[in-house]
Design a protein around this ligand. Structure first.
Ligand SMILES: CC(C)(COP(=O)(O)OP(=O)(O)OC[C@H]1O[C@@H](n2cnc3c(N)ncnc32)[C@H](O)[C@@H]1OP(=O)(O)O)[C@@H](O)C(=O)NCCC(=O)NCCS
Length: 197
């Protein structure tokens, strides 16, 4: 199967993400287009969406999976990112290295298990490698079992586990992957990438 991936510029991409997140019942707080543009403006980022046919109408193609990654600096101004760097600093080396943060992503329920998220992840890794990134980090929670299983299959290593004392299911799991040439050689998805306006 060849995956169809669209790469978006900032404003259009932010609106598309806001739109697709409406389909995700499990996301407690959906991101607005404003939040997305505020976060990504002025830094390196990649907004990707996979598109696929509707099962009952193969002529109609819709966005089914998305992924947003961005550069994470050692010194961040935004409080959430400053906090993230602080929590990661003893496990991830920032000095003289480019670190990528895999911020948000998901696949619409009816299209899960078909490789769309792997295709987006592999495309983001190929892009990141070309842009000189050394490592990609991601954060999830204990209770996000689908995401944990997927990150496991995509060979992310756990670098930190922060226990939530009141509810272990809310505990945070931080994972990372070194973006070596071997990682790119291990990619398995065939992808066509088009650029949206
Ligand atoms: C996690 C998620 C993005 C996976 O998307 P997907 O398009 O179904 O993933 P893919 O089909 O590309 O699968 C990628 C790999 O992960 C594996 N995988 C997918 N879902 C899995 C699951 N629930 N458990 C274990 N492994 C899983 C696949 O087998 C595949 O491995 P392979 O390529 O080695 O065979 C999707 O389930 C989702 O959107 N879940 C909700 C998101 C979420 O919980 N977010 C919380 C914030 S972190």
């Amino acid at each position: 199967m060849e995956y169809l991936i669209k790469q978006y510029p900032l404003e259009t991409g932010a609106l598309e993400i806001q739109y697709i997140e409406e389909y995700f019942g499990e996301f407690p707080r959906k991101k607005t287009a404003q939040e997305i543009t505020d976060r990504l403006r002025g830094r390196e980022y990649l907004i990707l969406m996979a598109e696929a046919s509707l099962p009952d109408d193969t002529g109609t193609v819709v966005p089914v999976s998305f992924k947003v990654v961005h550069e994470l600096h050692e010194r961040e101004e935004e409080p959430k990112l400053r906090d993230l760097v602080l929590r990661l600093k003893d496990r991830v080396r920032f000095d003289g290295r480019k670190v990528l943060y895999s911020w948000i992503g998901g696949t619409r329920r009816d299209w899960r298990g078909q490789g769309h998220f792997r295709a987006l992840t592999e495309e983001s890794e190929a892009w990141a490698h070309t842009c000189g990134f050394h490592e990609v980090v991601v954060k999830t929670k204990n209770r996000f079992y689908d995401m944990r299983g997927t990150l496991d299959q995509l060979q992310f290593d756990v670098v930190k586990y922060e226990i939530d004392p009141s509810d272990n299911r809310e505990s945070k799991v931080y994972l990372s992957k070194q973006l070596t040439t071997d990682v790119l050689l291990a990619h398995t998805s065939a992808r066509t990438v088009v650029f949206a306006d």
